[in-house]
Design a protein around this ligand. Structure first.
Ligand code: DAS
Length: 373
């Protein structure tokens, strides 16, 4: 059907006097759009206003049909995986979505996949896919900051840019990507900085490329392990290990954990409050893996051999920030080291820890995952 669309364009563009010659359209790549909901599927009670909306309302068919331009670049298939606002997304959805994508990408005729997603939890889903999709084919996660029925919705252009990227051979091997506002961002680094258009960013790490007039143009490639190069195999996994995410703050007393918790990501610029140190020491005594993450994700910590927090919970090494090393609250206790994050948002450190815990409970081995991924 898309072939006829291209043919029609050729005929319309022909000068009136010239005999229209049927030009065989090249076979367009097949791209599957898998929808999960979000603002890109958001509908207002009063369309065309600045009013509120319900995320996850339009179907994938309606979203795709609202952008006829898509058929110039790809043969589009659609799949409704979910239709929710993204705070409803659960780790079990990550696992099921990744399995589905791995299954689909085994098809020789499928060039790439676009996942439409709410922007609030987009970065977590994209990073989980980045670590668990075992294919070089492009997977692009996309959302919108304005509802589909709103004034100047950004969903249609974002979807078009995402499909052009997923259809491009240049996008192979780039890892799972997030395309928003004509920017191609690595799923490892992207984050929602603010809920307005232009609000997706990779901080100091920059973009992989842009979607320009001619299509996607890449300038950088991810250097850290992802995709086919990862050790994570989720085929036999339905439930991910339980990992808690907690902030350190003045007067904090540390998290209260359930019996199934295998890991904790503690968010701190450096050190812990007095009441937290005992809690984190106890956590490690129980064999729960403790990861220290920097709030902005921009810190590159010293690693397993680096100096740890000092007796006061403060920095002791040449650079401040979370370090792997002796336990919070003091040295000399025979406890396993905590794990340091290498430039990763805390919520993504939690995902990497969940996957690492499917392979090992040894914090030194977990540190290796954080050093390599
Ligand atoms: N509530 C948000 C969500 O579904 C809206 C969005 O997509 O930006 O994540």
């Amino acid at each position: 059907m898309s072939r006829w669309f291209v043919l029609a364009l050729v005929l319309v563009a022909s000068p009136a006097a010239a005999q229209p010659q049927p030009v065989p359209a090249p076979e367009l790549p097949v791209v599957r759009v898998i929808a999960t909901g979000g603002t890109i599927a958001g509908v207002q009670d009063a369309p065309g206003t600045l009013g509120g909306y319900r995320a996850g309302t339009r179907s994938v068919g309606e979203i795709v049909q609202s952008v006829p331009e898509l058929t110039r670049f790809a043969q589009i298939e659609t799949e409704q995986f979910l239709n929710v606002a993204s705070p409803e997304i659960l780790p079990s959805h990550w696992v099921a979505l990744s399995k589905r994508i791995n299954e689909l990408l085994r098809r020789d005729d499928l060039e790439g996949i676009v996942v439409t997603h709410g922007t609030d939890r987009l970065e977590e889903t994209a990073f989980f896919l980045y670590l668990t999709v075992k294919s070089d084919k492009p997977v692009v996660v996309v959302g919108a900051q304005r509802p589909a029925t709103g004034i100047s919705p950004d969903g249609p252009i974002n979807l078009l840019s995402a499909v052009r990227t997923a259809a491009s051979p240049k996008a192979r091997g780039m890892g799972v990507m997030v395309v928003m506002d004509d920017r191609i961002l690595s799923a490892r680094e992207n984050r929602k900085l603010y809920p307005r258009t232009g609000g997706f960013s990779t901080g100091e790490m920059g973009m992989l490329g842009v979607v320009a007039g001619r299509g996607p143009e890449f300038f950088f490639k991810p250097a850290r392990r992802h995709g086919v190069d990862t050790e994570f195999d989720i085929t036999a996994i339905d439930t991910l290990p339980t990992v808690e995410l907690v902030f350190s703050y003045p007067g904090g007393e540390g998290p209260r954990l359930g019996p199934n918790t295998l890991g904790v990501v503690a968010v701190t610029t450096s050190g812990f409050a007095p009441g937290e140190r005992d809690a984190f020491t106890e956590i490690r005594r129980r064999g729960i893996v403790l990861v220290q993450a920097f709030p902005t994700g921009e810190h590159v910590a010293g690693g397993a051999t680096g100096p740890g927090p000092g007796p006061g919970g403060g920095p002791r090494g040449p650079q401040s920030g979370p370090q792997a090393g002796p336990p919070p609250g003091g040295t000399g206790m025979n406890l396993p080291p905590s794990v340091a994050v290498q430039h990763l948002l805390p919520q993504k450190a939690r995902i990497l820890l969940m996957l690492a815990l499917t392979k090992t409970k040894d914090p030194r081995e977990v540190q290796r995952f954080f050093n390599e991924y």
